[in-house]
Structure formats: C-alpha cells, structure tokens
Design a binder for this molecule. Structure first.
Ligand SMILES: NC(=O)c1ccc[n+]([C@@H]2O[C@H](COP(=O)([O-])OP(=O)(O)OC[C@H]3O[C@@H](n4cnc5c(N)ncnc54)[C@H](OP(=O)(O)O)[C@@H]3O)[C@@H](O)[C@H]2O)c1
Length: 281
C-alpha cells in the first residue's frame, strides 16, 4: 500500500476504511470484511459509537498490530486536559489497544487548546504515534500551530470533487500538515455516482466513478478513507493503484469544484451550537 510520510516521520497508508454511520452491530462484520479485502488503515471516532466492534474485528483478524494503522477521534464534550486523557483512555479500552496510530480532535469547537495540550502529552508518551485535527478551517489550524509545540500531523476535512479544498491543501502543505479526505464520494450527494464527467473518465479507463474519484484524490496526495458495507465495493475502492489519470482528466475534475460543502459549514453558528451541545454518553 502506498503511504504518505507525516510531519513526525510516521508512515500512513494513503487509503483506508471509514466506519462512520455503520451501526455498531454491523461494524465488526464490515471491518472483518475490509481487513480480509486488504485494508490496513481504519478510521473510527468515539462519536461513531462503534469502537468496540472495530476492536473485536482487529483482534479476531489475527493481523499483527504493527501492520495496522488505527485512527480514532476525541469528541467535543468535557474539556480540559484530564478529561481529554480520560476520553483517550476510554477509546483505547473500547478498541482493546495499547496505543493508537492517529488521534484526532474531531471538531474545532470548545476548549480544543486544553485538548491539544493533553494530546501532545499523549503523543510524547508514545500512546498515539501521531496526533491531528479534523474539520479545521485554515485560520483555526494556523492559530493552533502558532500557539503550541506540536503541529497537527493531519487535518481530516470534507474533500471530494464538489468541494476540492485546493487552497486548504496548499496551506496545509506549507505547514507540514497532511490533508485527509472525509466523504470522498460526498456520500453520493449531488448525484456524484452518475456525474457525466466522472462517468466519462471512468469509461475511458474501464473504471467506476468511485475508482476515478479515489484515484483523483490519491494523485493529489490526499489520504482517503471511503466507507462501504459491501464487500464488492470495498474491493473496488481499494483497487485504484493500477491506472493513472491524465493531466486533462485531472483538469476536467478540477472544474467540478463548487467551493462549498455538500453537508454544512463548520463556521455556521447554528451548526456550531448543535454539534457543541451533542453528548455521546
Ligand atoms: N471527521 C469527520 O467529521 C468525518 C465526517 C464524515 C466522515 N468521516 C470519515 O470519512 C469516512 C468516509 O466518509 P463517509 O462515510 O461520510 O462517506 P463516503 O465514503 O463519501 O460515502 C459512503 C457512501 O458511498 C457508498 N459507496 C461506497 N463505495 C461505493 C462504490 N464503490 N460505489 C457506489 N457507492 C459506494 C456507501 O454505500 P454502502 O456502504 O451501501 O456501500 C455509502 O453510502 C467515514 O466513514 C468516516 O470514517 C469523518
């Protein structure tokens, strides 16, 4: 599997498996299937409430821990360094692991400076090989970097053909932060899977729209974590390294950018309140 090198030297697979919106009682099977298909990087979150099932699938797979790259995320609630350490320990326990490969602040809300201080400590202790953030717009990211010792290794943000984040990626590159896409297919919104430009490019290569999208992201150096509960799609989504998009094809996809989220803007006060008030236990 192709990897990217994070700002602390850690190697991260460029393609992994996301488990958002997989119900807890289906997650063990989905992750078991994904690992059997060849995925070695898994992306979950405390807020997805399926960490235990991810952990069971890891244990039952028999795959050596060193061959896996496991990410989970800290939810907004209970600020402060002690609470962050407690939340981290609880995630580790639910996953049944003794360390994480990547621990992310899930949202740029609340007292994430105290959370980041705790995460720096967790990283120093070797309990998380890398630490990062998610859903941070450039201003928040730059501010966090300016006022802390450790810069985030990763920023996981909505990135797909209709919201391409090129300026964000350029800024992150300048600060040594790896961009990771969530929602690479925009969860199918805006008719992504039947988009004529993407379908036309797919036809030219004998590939599906999903494969064109993932290939386009990988060629841009974006880490991807597509989600599927179907084994055929898991395999399809993994099989994006045997072809290459030409310059003009990359340009045609670049023209699909709307510059706006297909979900919601993390700077919208209504959403900030709504997410900030969500408790997960
Ligand atoms: N940090 C954050 O705030 C955040 C937010 C959202 C997501 N994420 C992470 O990013 C991961 C991926 O994003 P996502 O799950 O929101 O959406 P996504 O990967 O863009 O889309 C998943 C949807 O596409 C379908 N699909 C998958 N492969 C397909 C294929 N080859 N052909 C046709 N349909 C296909 C899936 O259906 P089936 O399952 O039925 O195949 C599912 O409905 C998440 O699982 C999560 O780990 C993070």
């Amino acid at each position: 599997m192709q990897t990217v090198t994070l700002n602390n030297g850690v190697e991260m697979p460029i393609l992994g498996f996301g488990v958002y919106q997989i119900p807890a009682d289906q997650t063990e099977q989905a992750v078991t299937d994904a690992l059997a298909a060849g995925y070695r990087s898994l992306d979950t979150a405390a807020a997805y409430q399926n960490e235990e099932a991810v952990g069971r699938a890891i244990r039952n797979s028999g795959i050596p821990r060193g061959e896996l790259f496991v990410t989970t995320k800290l939810w907004i609630q209970d600020p402060g360094e002690d609470n962050t350490k407690r939340a981290f320990d609880a995630s580790l326990k639910r996953l049944g692991l003794d360390h994480l490969d990547l621990y992310l602040i899930h949202q740029p809300f609340g007292d994430y400076y105290s959370e980041w201080r705790a995460m720096q400590e967790i990283h120093r202790q070797g309990l998380a090989r890398a630490i990062g953030v998610s859903n941070f717009h450039p201003d928040r990211l730059v501010d966090l970097i300016a006022h802390n010792e450790v810069a985030p290794a990763v920023n996981q943000i909505e990135t797909h053909p209709f919201f391409q984040r090129r300026a964000d990626q350029d800024l992150m590159r300048r600060h040594g932060v790896q961009i990771e896409s969530w929602g690479p297919f925009a969860e199918g919104r805006n008719n992504l899977f039947t988009d004529p430009v993407l379908a036309g490019i797919g036809e030219a290569h004998g590939r599906s729209v999903a494969q064109v999208v993932l290939r386009w992201l990988v060629q841009r150096g974006v880490v991807v974590i597509p989600k599927s509960v179907r084994v055929d799609r898991m395999k399809e989504n993994l099989d994006v390294f045997g072809f290459e998009l030409a310059r003009d094809e990359m340009d045609r996809i670049a023209a699909l950018d709307t510059g706006a989220s297909q979900f919601f803007d993390h700077r919208d006060p209504e959403w900030v309140s709504r997410l900030g008030g969500r408790r997960i236990d």
